[in-house]
Design a binder for this molecule. Structure first.
Ligand code: XMP
Length: 512
């Protein structure tokens, strides 16, 4: 296994995902993590991440000495390279201008990490983002890569297997970046590539069995990817000892409640108790207009309904949760420590204490892409596993203002047409998230010979990597035209369709 020490780079999680993709297990720890634990973790190699700070400033972070005492291969990326250079006796200077974006590198000397990947004449496109540069090498190192403007963008000490790169091999913009990382973790660190979906499942099953023994486990099923994968995994691990409670809030997508039952209960053989709570939710939402108030009402009622149902079950000792690795990563910037995060939508109130439940979280070490891959491996339909994200409060925040059953029904149907067409036109997987929004505004239209005065639906589609920023998707006009016609022709009560062309920021992805 590999340890990644985080100096706060936005790419740290990406490094970990790449290493796992190669098939090697790795964890991310903050740079100031307890050195004794680092030794205990006994990684076969360590990667020092990039970071926002400058090593030339006093008090900027450094890796603990333990990292150098372990005698394992090291790879410093960007800030990781610079801090390594300074700690081992080299020199780093600040640049006047930051270099950002593509750069072409060539090899300046041979080394085990880059030989064959970067050559002296063939230039390689790499992704750079830095403001400092190494100007004097520490003892034992040679300069192995350069760009036209920077003579030292790669340094190597083959004897100790210490390497530094000024560019980012983990981003896809860097050519052969994955090969480079594979060279490091497999060939130089000697890690075996055993971290495959099949192996992850087998390991998790074994661990869950060990953890819960013959006890009974309760799981809140939402229809989302994480809880579905937990259900499929637990079904395989402990079968009859698992009971799922699925609260149908009435705020899910078109026919989603039935689909959840068809997939999980019928197809996967999971025991699911479905609670049809739509009427309670609509009642609770009467007269509530403010988005945050709606979220609170929905969240609170969800917990209430779940608790009621769970309270009827006897002999349950464990509560399963779909917590995933990004929720628990210890980050250098946030200093959150290894806070035990419970996802808001799965946060089932005071239940764990009241029923005296212990938590089992089988996805705690997995990234979303790994969760998806094991979901497919476990036999969940691809369509479900690769679904766009859906907010916990569901259509409650996609019907603007007061939520009414009648609005939700129209919205579900409009959304279903939109999604169906996106899939039919091979556009669904090309956008990150797409959905319809119900606007409680009336607009005039002509239907046949008559005049219509009906509601408006907005369509939204965005492209994003992390959902923190997003572009609106430039869907083809003919496609939008087709969807708009279908919605207006097929749905009584909608007279107008508009397309949302706002980016995030300043707009958010959801309308509320
Ligand atoms: P925004 O609208 O904040 O959305 O740009 C970013 C991502 O988060 C989802 N989202 C939510 N998810 N509960 C959730 O579980 C919520 O209240 C919520 N609000 C937004 C949104 O769908 C998008 O993927």
């Amino acid at each position: 296994k590999i340890l990644i020490l985080d100096f706060g780079s936005q790419y740290t999680q990406l490094i970990a995902r790449r290493v796992r993709e190669i098939g090697v297990y790795c964890e991310i720890w903050a740079w100031d993590h307890d050195p004794a634990e680092i030794a205990q973790f006994a990684p076969k190699g360590i990667i020092l991440s990039g970071g926002p700070e400058s090593v030339t400033e006093a008090d900027s972070p450094r890796a603990p000495q333990a990292v150098y005492d372990l005698g394992v291969p090291l790879l410093g990326i960007c800030y990781g390279m610079q801090s390594m250079a300074v700690q081992l006796g080299g020199k780093v200077e600040s640049e006047h201008h930051r270099e950002f974006g593509y750069a072409k590198v060539h090899s300046t000397d041979s080394c085990e990490l880059l030989d064959g990947l970067i050559t002296a004449n063939g230039e390689l496109d790499v992704w750079m983002s830095h403001g400092d540069r190494v100007t004097a090498l520490p003892e034992g190192f040679t300069g192995v890569a350069a760009t036209e403007s920077v003579p030292l963008v790669g340094m190597a000490d083959d004897r100790r297997k210490y390497y530094g790169l000024q560019f980012h091999p983990e981003v896809t913009h860097t050519q052969r970046g994955l090969e480079l990382l594979r060279r490091f973790v497999v060939e130089l660190c000697g890690c075996e590539t055993l971290w495959t979906p099949g192996r992850i499942i087998d390991d998790s099953i074994e661990r869950v069995r060990e953890q819960v023994g013959d006890d009974h486990v309760l799981l809140g099923l939402s229809g989302g990817v994480d809880s579905s994968v937990v259900a499929a995994l637990l079904e395989k691990a402990i079968g009859d000892q698992l009971t799922c409670v699925f609260v149908d809030t009435g705020l899910l997508r078109y026919q989603e409640g039935d689909q959840v039952m068809a997939t999980m209960a019928e197809h996967m053989g999971v025991r699911v108790i479905r609670v049809n709570a739509a009427e309670r939710f609509f009642k609770a939402l009467e007269g509530v207009e403010d988005p945050e108030d709606k979220r609170k009402v929905i969240g609170r009622l969800f917990i209430e309904v779940f608790d009621e149902e769970a309270g009827k079950l006897e002999g349950v000792k464990w509560l399963a949760q779909g917590t995933i690795y990004p929720d628990v990563i210890e980050s250098a910037g946030g200093k959150t420590g290894k806070a035990h995060v419970i996802k808001s939508h799965h946060n089932v109130g005071g239940l764990p204490e009241r029923m005296n439940l212990k938590l089992v979280e089988p996805l705690r070490e997995l990234f979303k892409d790994e969760v998806r891959r094991i979901g497919v491996e476990l036999g969940l339909p691809r369509e479900m596993v690769y679904r766009h994200p859906f907010p916990g409060p569901g259509l409650g925040v996609r019907v603007l203002g007061e939520v009414k059953a009648e609005y939700v029904e129209l919205l579900q149907k409009a959304d279903a047409i939109y999604i169906e067409e996106l899939r039919r036109h091979d556009l669904y997987d090309r956008v990150s998230q797409a959905f319809a929004v119900f606007l409680p505004v009336k607009s005039v239209g002509v239907v046949g010979d008559g005049r219509a005065y009906d509601w408006v639906v907005a369509l939204r589609a965005v492209e994003t990597i992390d959902f923190m920023t997003a572009h609106w998707a430039q869907l083809p006009y003919e496609f939008l035209d087709h969807v708009s016609r279908r919605i207006i022709n097929e749905l009584r009560g909608i007279s107008r369709v508009v397309y949302d062309i706002s980016g995030k920021p300043p707009a958010t992805i959801e309308w509320e």
